[in-house]
Design a protein around this ligand. Structure first.
Ligand code: CAA
Ligand code: NDP
Length: 291
């Protein structure tokens, strides 16, 4: 089965990047979101990121036009039914994802492969809420999608070999590298990365360091491209908290308890870059620590 038409659900931080890389690889892309403004914002972000690549001489103007011409938007989720492959990239809340799958499934073509870009949630459980657990995969891109080479592929207990092979071929055509993870809470990347970020928040919460000293320490002390708190703001503090809760609940180990300060920031709606404020305030010229 050839994959040419790709549906992307959710036009947030990840959805726009996923649509970008599929369009650049020659796929037809249909992206949907519950908010029209999210779709507009996503198209502007894709255009800006294509311009970054042109400015660097990595892309021609004609290639940008071609890529943008391959992306269509819709607010009607069921328009994605005929797609060959669907990547769900909506909010990291299981109820949101399963509601999407339940609405979508009756409209899917027989052959459609359904996947989730979830950071942490059980693929087997998400698959069980669809009519096609054998055609369901975790297809986990890294942020920012146009730049990060890795895609984590996670098979649910029922995923068949044909589906897995088809997804591997897509990763290859995207020019990215696949790593396979077993279907356990937060897979590989976030099983290791998110507890580190949570520990950075505890380091702040307990007064061991300030926002800037913590981030400076890891950038200059461990050569991280972003400090852990800057990275948390980049990911989204709601997503970070959601992942810690999946680890804490799924592995029933208190070492994964989310830091109360992370919860406080999320409860305040200070979600990081995407809301203009998190551990840093992004509303001025340069980011300013908020603690
Ligand atoms: C949470 C999950 O479920 C899984 C995850 O994603 S975990 C998070 C994984 N991601 C990370 O760890 C990101 C860590 N940060 C980095 O790697 C770097 O800071 C970064 C690549 C984001 C930016 O790199 P930088 O050197 O600081 O900035 P800069 O030199 O401007 O950018 C380098 C390249 O990235 C591009 N870029 C930077 N930010 C970008 C963005 N937000 N979107 C798209 N492209 C971006 C730039 O255009 C540039 O591309 P070219 O090489 O084509 O010019
Ligand atoms: N952020 C990151 O670094 C990474 C995130 N991921 C995963 O990708 C997924 C998306 O994350 P991210 O892009 O950061 O999240 P965002 O919050 O940036 O974007 C999610 C988008 O999905 C929209 N949405 C919510 N419900 C629906 C729905 N029913 N149908 C269509 N769209 C909907 C949201 O709209 P609204 O805001 O109005 O609710 C929002 O625009 C999550 O599963 C996350 O764990 C994976 C890798 C990295």
């Amino acid at each position: 089965m050839t994959i040419e038409r790709v549906g992307v659900i959710g036009a947030g931080q990840m959805g726009n990047g996923i649509a970008h890389v599929f369009a650049r690889a020659g796929y037809e892309v249909l992206i949907t979101d519950v908010q029209a403004e999210a779709l507009d914002k996503a198209m502007k972000t894709i255009e800006r990121n294509l311009d970054r690549q042109i400015a660097k001489g990595a892309l021609e103007e004609a290639q940008k036009t071609e890529a943008l011409g391959r992306i269509s938007t819709t607010q009607t989720l069921t328009d994605l039914g005929p797609c060959d492959l669907i990547i769900e990239a909506a909010t990291e809340r299981e109820a949101v994802k399963t509601a999407i799958f339940e609405e979508l499934v009756p409209h899917l073509a027989e052959h459609t492969i359904l996947t989730s870009n979830t950071s942490s949630i059980s693929i087997t459980r998400l698959a069980s809420r669809t009519d096609r657990p054998e055609k369901f995969m975790g297809f986990h891109f890294m942020n920012p999608v146009p730049v990060m080479s890795l895609v984590e592929l996670i098979r649910g207990i029922a995923t068949d070999e044909e589906t897995f092979r088809a997804c591997l071929e897509v990763v290859d055509r995207l020019g990215k590298t696949a790593a396979t993870s077993e279907d356990f809470p937060a897979f590989i990347v976030n099983r290791i990365l998110m507890p580190m970020i949570n520990e950075a928040v505890y380091t702040l919460y307990e007064g061991v360091g300030s926002v800037s000293s913590i981030d400076t320490s890891l950038k200059l002390g461990a050569n991280h491209p972003m400090g852990p708190l800057e990275l948390a703001d980049f990911i989204g503090l709601d997503t970070c908290l959601a992942i810690m809760n999946v680890l804490h609940d799924g592995l029933a180990d208190t070492k994964y308890r989310p830091c109360p300060l992370l919860t406080k920031y999320v409860e305040a709606g200070w979600l990081g870059r995407k809301t203009g404020r998190g551990f840093y305030d992004y509303r001025g010229e340069t980011p300013v620590p908020t603690r």
